[in-house]
Design a protein around this ligand. Structure first.
Ligand code: NDP
Ligand code: 8X3
Length: 251
């Protein structure tokens, strides 16, 4: 049986990937901070799909804790076939001169450093196995910038650059690296960006048919299920109603 490790598995894209990969028969290592949600989802997936799930309650920004939790897993769990670096967030949407230092730190620490931390741990396991597939969740914000997106866009540009770098560094070990760049996906993302302001979050999706988390999970499954000699380096997936980060057709 194959194993996938998914960061940010408690909601949105990560949770959708957990469901799809379990349905495809993968054992799962799920990482997230909200313990109850994570464990409830783990139990549900084990019952529904007869797979094994390890829940790691951890903050990807804390390397020591994440590393301890993963390195102390039984050895059979360290044969990870697919790592989905999904944990990430946007916090605030302010022009650069009004940006909050705390928001910047959170985005940089989660979207860049957290992704690096989980990659460092799991890529070492993959190198030992001479195989594996790393999926990094970037964004349309990693392909262009938009007003007030400054630091979030910078973190996703970093994910784009790191994906290219990882592909080079891991080439000789037979490890595939794919970057998935979604446009607007209706998840908890906007609620987090607007710090719990549900009304403002809801407006983001007003009059648009956005992508859903399952659409992204489906694309990730397509990428992972290609033959061994095929790698999809990069995939930009947009709602039909969205041309760029900010040009959106609303009904
Ligand atoms: P959600 O807010 O629904 O999910 C984010 C997930 O990341 C949650 O499971 C959250 O879990 C986890 N997470 C956040 N911070 C941490 C942390 N420090 N440690 C561990 N887990 C963390 O949003 P999405 O599903 O939309 O976001 C998933 C990824 O997709 C992100 O990288 C985002 O930037 C990217 N993306 C989203 C788009 C969108 O429009 N929604 C578009 C393009 C990219 P918990 O809080 O329990 O820790
Ligand atoms: C999330 C999508 O357009 O808000 O990465 O940057 S966007």
């Amino acid at each position: 049986m194959k194993t996938a490790l998914i960061t940010g598995a408690t909601s949105g894209i990560g949770a959708a990937c957990a469901h799809l990969f379990a349905a495809k028969g993968y054992n799962l290592i799920l990482v997230g901070r909200r313990e109850e949600r994570l464990k409830e989802s783990g139990r549900h997936l084990e019952d529904k799909y007869a797979v094994e799930v390890k829940c790691i309650v951890a903050d990807v920004r804390d390397f020591e804790n994440l590393s301890y939790a993963l390195e102390t897993l039984p050895v059979q769990w360290k044969k990870v076939n697919v790592l989905i670096n999904n944990a990430g967030l946007s916090q605030g949407l302010d022009p650069i001169h009004r940006g909050e230092i705390g928001d910047w730190d959170t985005m940089i620490d989660t979207n860049i450093k957290g992704l690096l931390y989980s990659t460092k741990i799991v890529s070492n396991w993959m190198v030992a196995e001479r195989s594996g597939h790393i999926i990094n969740i970037g964004s349309i914000a990693g392909k262009e910038v938009y007003p007030n997106g400054n630091v979030y866009c910078a973190t996703k540009h970093a994910v784009d650059a790191l994906s290219k770098s990882m592909r080079i560094d891991l080439l000789t070990y037979g490890i595939k690296v794919t970057a998935i760049h979604p446009g607007m996906v209706e998840t908890e993302f906007s609620k987090v960006r607007f710090k719990g302001d549900e009304g403002r979050a809801k407006k983001v999706y007003d009059g648009v048919d956005p992508l859903m988390a399952d659409d992204i999970a489906d694309a990730i499954w397509y990428v992972v299920s290609r033959p061994a000699h095929v790698n999809i380096n990069d995939m930009l997936i947009m709602p039909t109603a969205q041309a760029t980060g900010t040009i959106i057709k609303r009904d």
